[in-house]
Design a binder for this molecule. Sequence first.
Ligand code: HEC
Ligand code: HEC
Length: 201
Amino acid sequence: MQGCKWIVVAVALAMAGGAQAAGDAAAGQQKSAPCQACHSTDGNSAVGMYPKIAGQHASYTERQLKALRDGQRKDPVMSPMAANLSDQDIADLAAYFASQKVTLGSVPEDAVAAGALVYRAGNAKTGVPACMACHSPDGKGNGPAGWPALGGQHPEYIAKQLGLYASGERSTDINGIMRDIAARLSKAEVDAVSHYVSGLH
Ligand code: HEC
Ligand code: HEC
């Protein structure tokens, strides 16, 4: 009965992960007024340095908001916005924005082939893995695995985060997975892949 044993382990892990408060999207919408100035009503911000948070996996949004609130992730604009959120507020906000649909950007012609190469194949010479191995071929990521959606995201924000991982300033990535990858990317690769994902779906 080897199979049964694994089911028990999987259920135990799911319960351990389920210690988070359950989010209520309707309550999250009520609480989202202070977010709108930067992220827009539905989470599709109009400004490149303000990330789109529409359609993002609730588990990822929750973890980032807690990191921003508790100081593990720092940003002079966003940290104060998270400072007074309770765990329940965070769960509700994450559920609300996850229920929205991300809008796509347009990809400049010259970023299509170069960006696709990095995203779909990586770079064997420099040890860059294919982004799609985790962020998925359509850019939707994987919520339970903790891999955020990237499709539709602003290129300016993507490039900034890759820079913050490369320098180690952003360290929310478990086992340094993104710090290691970002440090191996050339500037041209960062430019190309950042633009490429903004149209990915
Ligand atoms: C004054 C502008 C501003 C307001 C208001 C604001 N944010 Fe942000 N938010 C930002 C910026 C800028 C970043 C990117 C920080 C960085 O570069 O690391 C960010 C990042 C985030 C992220 C991380 C996204 C990711 O992909 O990792 C989440 C989640 C988020 N904000 C949610 C919220 C919520 C929820 C609210 C309302 C309670 C809110 N924000 C209010 C500017 C704002
Ligand atoms: C082995 C899995 C894996 C691979 C491969 C991978 N990523 Fe990630 N990526 C992650 C995880 C996990 C996170 C969330 C880390 C965190 O919480 O800070 C992440 C986060 C990101 C973020 C931040 C998203 C946000 O909303 O702030 C960007 C940008 C990103 N990855 C780009 C890339 C690019 C570009 C590649 C390919 C060159 C890539 N990733 C390859 C696992 C991966």
